[in-house]
Design a protein around this ligand. Structure first.
Ligand code: JFZ
Length: 604
């Protein structure tokens, strides 16, 4: 029986997936030390193990497999959603799906050119799918014949030559492995289905037997054969029979990571297992994660695996700014390409990687080995830093070049000894102005996308990380340019000089961080426009308001702005606070709201 599941099902599955991850994250993560080699490592040991990853900041993700043959189309129907999810979306029977493999030829595969392209883009590591959810292995597996050598037109190991080419260029090499989902081997996990369910006869089987007899031996194989620097787990469906974390299942796999000393793993093995990295997918968080290494993975269009008809490409400029944004928050950027079945990286991807490479050639020192910005928010761009003993370097990534040639660095008290532009050779000058440093810039930007200003300081840095504060009346005014947008998915709001607009995505949030010295109860009043009633919640310091979501009556027209009370918040303690506007979890209840400013006003 074939059920028709289209795009909304993927979105639903996505939200289920994040629900599972969130709920599971509250479970204690302790594992028996004998099974997790890094459970008790010291901070120094961890810093040493993560050093190359923190230095690298930028890597290439490669999703390559049999799904590149149907290219997102089954029986004449173009299925929405992710290309590599086609088998699940269209519920393709196992035999029919396996038949695609003869056309998976890799006939134009040039692993050396792939590695060269990544290197030219400024990437410092590559992570490729050794087996994705369709169960197909890109190497010669002794555990299953459903692999590139025995089942496909490629008839050879596709991983080994890429590992070699990557490492020859001084880059690190990682492997993605879908440990839980497997839509071909008996008993494999299937998103959105109960344990034991499937859509075809060959699916019948026991998940524990699948883990023991297929997943674990294959993980052992890839770790032994390729000694990857990263093991990238994914979608832990069925890994937890219930909560808390099911150790028996996770422990089928965890001890295997001992096979590669120093390996880095992510947080997608099983609920409650943190691994080394947090992995926001397709969106950039509003801020980094405290005491965690993290890596944003993202597509250049809307699919990981190749789809012939996905032309929704992000611009090169957008991708370069996303790289700056992520690194300014202390994260890494893992940017995906989805090659065709004959092994060609789409020309649109190549073009973008070359553009990024041209930018990196001039500006790479503002990316590699840098750490997060000391500023909470800068209205015109981003900042990264390097610290060497007492000496600090700041790299200012200017997205919006000031028309008057004056770049105001809010809250920067220290005066640099040297100010240069990475794209030029001239030194620049700056003056203190109140709490800020104002840099005099040339009238036009040397770079077309992001120009980087380098500031060097002899002594320790003095900075107000948070610059928004109460005025004489006790009011804090939250401007669009100071908003931190959580998520860069489609439909995330855009904050320009005077306006927050285009907020159709309910997973996107808008937040501001400000200082309060006179605590109390405050009304949150937006100068807002919108066509209907919308529903949102106000979170203070990431805690959901006790009032929950409330309905907000808007002006009734998208160009008519009115003072609109969004709710009230109690701030009991002086200090730094974060206010988050979060759309209703119910998609239908959310109507885009446009905001010119938000005022946090004391109420008597
Ligand atoms: C996962 C994979 O499923 C995806 O194919 C890709 O490999 C990405 C990097 O990681 O992302 C997800 C996870 C869950 C859903 C969709 C994509 N889901 O629930 O529909």
């Amino acid at each position: 029986m074939t059920s028709r599941i289209t795009f909304p099902a993927i979105a639903l599955a996505c939200s289920l997936f994040s629900y599972t991850m969130e709920a599971a994250a509250q479970v204690p993560t302790t594992m028996p030390a004998s099974l997790n080699p890094y459970e008790n490592e010291t901070r120094e040991q961890r810093d040493a193990r993560m050093a190359w990853f923190r230095e690298a900041r930028f890597g290439m993700f490669i999703h390559w497999g049999v799904y590149a043959v149907p290219q997102g189309e089954y029986e004449g129907k173009r299925n929405g959603g992710l290309g590599e999810w086609l088998m699940w979306i269209a519920k393709i029977p196992v035999d029919k799906y396996k038949a695609y493999a003869t056309q998976f030829t890799a006939s134009n595969y040039d692993p050396d050119a792939w590695a060269a392209l990544a290197h030219e883009a400024g990437m410092r590591y590559i992570v490729i799918t050794s087996k994705h959810h369709d169960g197909f292995a890109l190497y010669d597996s002794q555990v299953s014949g459903w692999d590139a050598v025995n089942a496909s037109g490629a008839k050879r190991d596709l991983i080994a030559p890429l590992a070699k080419a990557t490492r020859e260029r001084g880059m690190k090499f990682g492997l993605y492995y879908s440990q839980s989902q497997d839509w071909v081997h008996p008993g494999g996990g299937k998103m959105h289905m109960q344990e034991g369910e499937g859509w075809d006869e060959p699916h019948k089987g026991d998940f524990d037997a699948y883990l023991r007899d297929l997943a674990a031996p294959q993980v052992r194989e890839i770790l032994t054969k390729y000694k990857p620097d990263i093991l990238w787990w994914d979608t832990p469906v069925w890994m937890d029979k219930g909560r808390p974390i099911d150790r028996e299942r996770a422990n089928q796999l965890i001890p295997l990571i001992n096979l590669v000393p120093g390996i880095i793993t992510n947080d997608r093995l099983a609920g409650g297992y943190g691994g080394d990295t947090t992995t926001p997918e397709q969106n950039i968080p509003a801020t980094g994660y405290k005491d965690r290494d993290w890596e944003v993975c993202m597509t250049m269009n809307d699919t990981w695996g190749f789809k012939s008809y996905d032309h929704n490409w992000k611009s090169s400029a957008d991708l370069i700014r996303k790289l700056c944004d992520i690194v300014s928050k202390g994260g890494n950027f893992l940017l995906n390409v989805g090659p065709t079945a004959d092994g060609v990286i789409p020309p649109e991807s190549v073009e973008r990687l070359k553009d990024i490479g041209a930018w990196m050639k001039v500006n790479h020192e503002s990316i590699y080995g840098t750490t997060a910005s000391p500023f909470r928010r800068l209205p015109w761009g981003r900042c990264t830093r390097k610290t060497d003993g007492d000496r600090t370097t700041l790299y200012l990534h200017v997205f919006d070049w000031p028309a008057d040639g004056r770049l105001r660095v809010l809250g920067l008290h220290s005066v640099p000894d040297s100010i240069t532009i990475l794209a030029g050779s001239n030194s620049l000058s700056a003056q203190r102005d109140g709490n800020d440093l104002v840099i005099s810039l040339p009238s036009s930007a040397p770079g077309s996308v992001v120009s980087v200003i380098k500031l060097q300081f002899a002594g320790p840095l003095k900075v107000d990380a948070v610059t928004l504060k109460q005025d004489d009346q006790g009011v804090v005014t939250l401007m669009p340019l100071m908003a931190e947008i959580g998520s860069h998915e489609h439909g995330s709001p855009v904050a320009s000089a005077g306006l927050i607009r285009g907020w159709t995505n309910v997973r996107a949030t808008v937040q501001w961080t400000f200082k309060i010295d006179r605590p109390g109860t405050f009304a949150v009043v937006a100068d807002a426009a919108g066509q209907a009633t919308t529903r949102l919640s106000l979170d203070l310091n990431s805690v959901k308001s006790s009032l929950g979501e409330s309905d907000i009556k808007l002006s009734g027209a998208s160009d008519v702005y009115e003072p609109t009370e969004l709710g009230r918040i109690d701030i009991a303690e002086p200090g730094v606070h974060t206010l988050t506007l979060r759309p209703s979890r119910e998609k239908e209840a959310w109507k885009p709201i446009q905001i010119r400013s938000v005022r946090v006003v004391p109420v008597k």
